[in-house]
Ligand binder design. Structure first.
Ligand SMILES: *Cc1c(COP(=O)(O)O)cnc(C)c1O
Length: 382
């Protein structure tokens, strides 16, 4: 019996080794995306109740979703035996109206993450290149490598801002996609409308410019990137319901782009990529401007709490246009671990190569105070 088990284990191991040699090597070579640490997992590990944990790690909205979205999703529950509308017709119409474009200019997906992946499917293959800024969203290089494209990361100019001139200079005849994250994650800075205009005036026609606006609702500066779509440029504006709209769990994002590019994204997606809860939730959330205003207000006050504290302790931080803030704390992973042990989840930045930093999502005033008390105790006991 023992021998039989041993033999079986051994042969399973051999199978496992063999099958990987048959895998797509682009996939095999990837390092999986590391999400923020989940509340339930943390609670289990440190023996607290989930309600006692403060998660400030994934830039979610501490106020939750709009009550209108919650109501719409509750009402939709009894219809879950029916497939969702595969075309997401109502949501796409609503999104088009929101931005003054037509239905053909829109695409929706299972989070804007899926749109980033679909852009990869539509434009990338071995021999092509993606250009982005240093410390960009880690999903961009994952998608590039998945599809066998080369990923070119351009250093930021001082003050951590995308160097759009440098990014222009990095474009070659093989470049297919450029990612501009505005405002950017995990840094929190943004480029101005003038800088965008200058970039668009010079970018060559064989390049698709993806402007990822996951945090635009929190931005101090108003930019208009949809205008480039209206001008017929090869631009894809990416928006998400996961951040200001408070629907990260529902998974929904959208793109505003040219009809040609929208059609490509539509062809590359799976048939029912946006679930029925997400479609009705997002639709209702778009109507609740008050909820967005409340969320933006909470974040701008919260940012001030952090800035005051960082100034007091003399910590270097990056002024933020988003619902998170990047701060230099010494050993980022160690500070993350110690805060975790006290029930506060932050985001260490080692995966971005920023070993001395942590990123903290702005929560409610109470959550922020708890986070700052924990941070103070850690930094003063060093
Ligand atoms: C959070 C985030 C997204 C959106 O993710 P979803 O898939 O829509 O939840 C996209 N881009 C950046 C830079 C982000 O930080």
């Amino acid at each position: 019996m023992g021998e039989y088990l041993y033999g079986r284990c051994l042969s399973m191991e051999i199978f496992a080794m063999n099958i990987i040699t048959y895998a797509n090597q682009n996939v095999h070579a990837l390092v999986a995306y590391q999400p923020g640490k989940p509340v339930e997992e943390t609670a289990r590990e440190i023996g607290l109740r989930p309600e006692e944990i403060v998660k400030l790690a994934s830039n979610e909205n501490a106020l939750g979703p709009s009550p209108l979205a919650v109501e719409a999703m509750k009402n939709a529950a009894a219809g879950m035996h029916i497939y969702p509308d595969g075309a997401s017709y109502a949501l796409r119409c609503r999104v088009a109206a929101e931005h003054g474009v037509s239905f053909a200019n829109t695409a929706v997906a299972n989070g804007s993450s899926e749109l980033i992946e679909l852009l990869g499917h539509a434009f990338l293959q071995p021999g092509t290149e993606v250009v982005a800024a240093d410390y960009a969203f880690t999903l961009y290089p994952i998608v590039a490598k998945l599809l066998g494209a080369d990923y070119i990361s351009v250093p930021n100019r001082n003050s951590w801002i995308h160097d759009l001139k440098g990014m222009l200079a990095a474009i070659t005849p093989r470049t297919r996609l450029v990612f501009i994250t505005n405002p950017t994650n995990p840094v929190g800075t943004m480029v101005t409308q003038t800088e965008l205009e200058e970039f668009m005036a010079q970018v060559p026609e064989h390049v698709v410019v993806a402007i990822d606006e996951a945090y635009i609702e929190f931005a101090g500066e108003r930019t208009d990137s949809v205008k480039f779509v209206k001008e017929g440029r090869n631009v894809v504006v990416l928006r998400t319901f996961s951040k200001a709209y408070g629907l990260a769990g529902a998974r929904c994002g959208y793109a505003i782009t040219t009809p040609d590019i929208a059609e490509l994204l539509n062809k590359a997606r799976s048939p029912f990529n946006v679930n029925a809860f997400a479609q009705v939730g997002a639709l209702a959330a778009l109507d609740d401007k008050e909820h967005i205003a409340r969320s933006v207000e909470m974040v701008s006050k919260g940012r001030q709490q952090y800035v005051c504290f960082f100034e007091e302790l003399g910590l270097e931080y990056v002024p933020s246009h988003t619902n998170f803030i990047l701060v230099k704390v010494g050993n980022g992973v160690e500070v993350f671990r110690q805060a975790l042990a006290q029930g506060v989840i932050m985001r260490p930045m080692a995966a971005y190569g920023l070993h001395e930093y942590i990123r903290i999502t702005i929560g409610t005033a109470v959550e922020n105070e708890r986070c700052l008390a924990v941070l103070r105790s850690i930094l003063q006991n060093k």
